[in-house]
Design a protein around this ligand. Structure first.
Ligand code: UN1
Length: 498
């Protein structure tokens, strides 16, 4: 499909794609596909006030009824799956299957959140006082500011929005400036669900397209109690302290430097498949992408040879074409950063296989051959996250050394081990094992399901989104003590007779 076809057949044509100040380009060929209108920092006061007003109404709507809106959103997403997937491909450069997979992830979180809307449980707690009962209630918090990145332009929004809505919170969404079209499409799809829902408050979901000053207005407003931000560690290091300084709640999902340990007992054929998908899928632009391979010395050479062979035949090119596995990097700057990191790795003693620019594909796009880089040790460059398909290979002798290497980076998002040895697998998952928010056995570090809590430690920011009890991050906990006796006993046996 051509860009024009994608933009005209997906039902989003009524969106005004011309005359705005923000140029939108497709990573596929660098073509400018739209000029969209931006929200200004000066508009943000009104946006936030509208969100607060929506909150006052939405927080009293029963949670299962709020879930009905998310159920309808899930239905609309199912109907729009192909169109939205194609738009993700156009705007973020993902291959067709990954574009569709991202929309499926949205549908999945909607299903999860619908069930959750009847399960926002609190505890009953035994009171030490006669005739008293204690319990916990979970209440909505208020507007949630969602700041999302280009690489998962729609799924990360849906993780936050589906949970925020059932939890009784309105959303203000600032997408990446690189991917406003998919955001506008989501706003449209949600509008369809809202129309069917009937009586949701105005301003329950607002999209703000703009630069850092728009983000700054969200981040610094006391009236936006939760800021959920996904992106680089550098961005998080600015956002986190600002939100904390005004006593807001940050949910941060930042950089990863995800590793796989390959032990001698590993099924190497399976490991190779997992490595290739997680290292080069999405052109290495997932926060969960595999960036470091820590291989037992006894199998290192064999594995590297197998990987070199697998890398040699990878189809790179137009992500819309069937059979393509590696689409473009998001832009030229990303390709430059990749080349700079490879040069740094060389000066640190690395041997680089691949990594060249691919120029015989689609003109105008930043296509690269993925790089496999054998490193003598875990150097500074290896410890940095580069959003590109670079896989550093390191060797190890003992599992303890491998785990120490895996943990010895500033980031703590995802990790995995390939082993058929139960003791090694359990050690890796133990308190003395991986220090990441995600730790897997015999699968790669990327491609998590929505049922688990998603996020990581250290410079990854500590936030959790998506499944498990991540919803608690979107609500406030209230402890209630109820006295149904005719006495007023004090806790801890304190006497205070008047
Ligand atoms: C991200 O890259 O920001 O686990 C999110 C995964 C996807 C989500 C990645 N489900 O790779």
């Amino acid at each position: 499909m051509t860009h024009a076809e994608i933009l005209s057949t997906n039902g989003f044509t009524e969106v005004d794609l011309t005359g705005g100040s923000l140029a939108v380009r497709s990573p596929i060929d660098g073509a400018t596909v739209a000029h969209v209108h931006e929200t200004t920092a000066g508009d943000m006061g009104t946006v936030i006030a509208r969100s607060q007003e929506a909150f006052r109404a939405w927080r009293t709507v029963p949670a299962p009824r709020r879930g009905e809106l998310v159920r309808l959103l899930g239905e609309e997403l199912r109907a729009a799956k192909d169109d939205l997937g194609a738009l993700v491909t156009l705007e973020a450069g993902k291959i067709t299957s990954e574009g569709l997979g991202e929309v499926q992830e949205m549908i999945d979180i909607c299903d999860f959140a619908v069930g959750l809307s009847r399960q926002l449980y609190g505890l009953n707690i035994a009171s030490e006082r006669p005739g008293h009962r204690m319990m916990e209630s979970w209440h909505p918090m208020g507007p949630v500011g969602v700041i999302s990145a280009f690489n998962f332009p729609v799924a990360v929004w849906s993780w936050n929005t589906a949970l925020a809505l059932v939890c009784g919170n309105p959303v203000i969404w600032k997408p990446s400036e690189k991917t406003p079209l998919t955001a506008m499409a989501c706003q449209k799809i949600l509008a369809r669900a809202l129309a069917r829902f009937g009586n949701a408050p105005e301003g329950l979901h607002q999209l703000v397209i703009g630069g850092p000053d728009v983000g700054e207005a969200l981040v610094s407003s006391k009236d936006v109690p939760i800021i959920s931000a996904t992106g680089s560690t550098r961005m998080g290091s600015v956002v986190g302290p600002k939100v904390a300084a005004r006593w807001g709640r940050p949910i941060l999902e930042l950089g990863g430097n995800n590793a796989m340990i390959v032990a001698p007992s590993a099924d190497l054929d399976m490991a190779v498949r997992a490595i290739v998908f997680s290292a080069v899928g999405t052109a290495g632009q997932r926060c969960t992408s595999l960036r470091r391979l820590i291989v037992h010395d006894s199998i290192r050479e064999t594995l590297v040879e197998q990987l070199k062979a697998a890398y040699a035949s990878l189809p790179i090119g137009d992500p819309r074409q069937e059979g393509t596995l590696i689409g473009p990097l998001v832009d030229e700057a990303a390709r430059d950063r990749m080349q700079a990191q490879l040069n740094k790795a060389r000066t640190e003693g690395g041997t680089v296989h691949g990594g060249e620019s691919v120029t015989d594909g689609v003109p105008g796009g930043a296509y690269v051959r993925p790089a496999l880089v054998e490193m003598p040790e875990q150097t500074e460059t290896v410890r940095e996250e580069t959003f590109a398909p670079i896989l550093y290979v390191l060797g190890y002798e003992t599992l303890d050394d491998a785990i120490a290497l895996q943990n010895d980076v500033p980031q703590g998002l995802s990790s995995c081990i390939f082993t058929l040895n139960l003791l090694e697998a359990e050690t890796f998952l133990s308190a003395a094992g991986s220090d990441c928010g995600i730790a897997n056995v015999n699968i790669g570090p990327s491609g998590a399901e929505i049922g688990g809590a998603f996020g990581g430690e250290k410079e990854t920011g500590g936030g959790r989104e998506s499944g498990s009890d991540a919803w608690k991050g979107y609500m406030r906990r209230q402890t209630n003590t109820i006295n149904y006796s005719a006495e007023l006993p004090l806790a801890q046996g304190v006497k205070f007779d008047i």
